[in-house]
Design a protein. Sequence first.
Length: 155
Amino acid sequence: MRIAVVTVSDRVSAGVYTDRSGPAIEEALRAALPVVEIEREIVPDGEESVLAALARHPGADWIVTTGGTGPAPRDRTPEATRAFCDRAMPGIAEYLRLRSLEETPNAIFSRGAAGMRGSQYVVNFPGSEKAARLCATVLAPLMEHGAGMARGEGH
């Protein structure tokens, strides 16, 4: 399975902060999935930069973004995800929000979305290291089955 992890942050892309959520996601996925190829990328906030990043990973079964899901003016990752995808997968986003709410009430501010473009999934995780790790941990057990269904391998 191929996974792309895209960190969305003006400050990380400018070198002001170190990316902690991208590596946390990669670590959680590698621990949970026996055979996985992971590529990572960092882009600034904004719809255009996220759309461009999503398009650069056509071979990934899953694209996981981290960051840009809150209410700040430049947090446009969900809008880019919806524009990129041709089918919504609201259950994934709802599940991640529900599990995140078990940890903190601040999860109500996450606007993360999930969808598919062809057989590829795109899922938005929050930008904090703790939230990103949690989302990766709860989604990982479902990813192989989801990729198989998207390829037409049945339920």
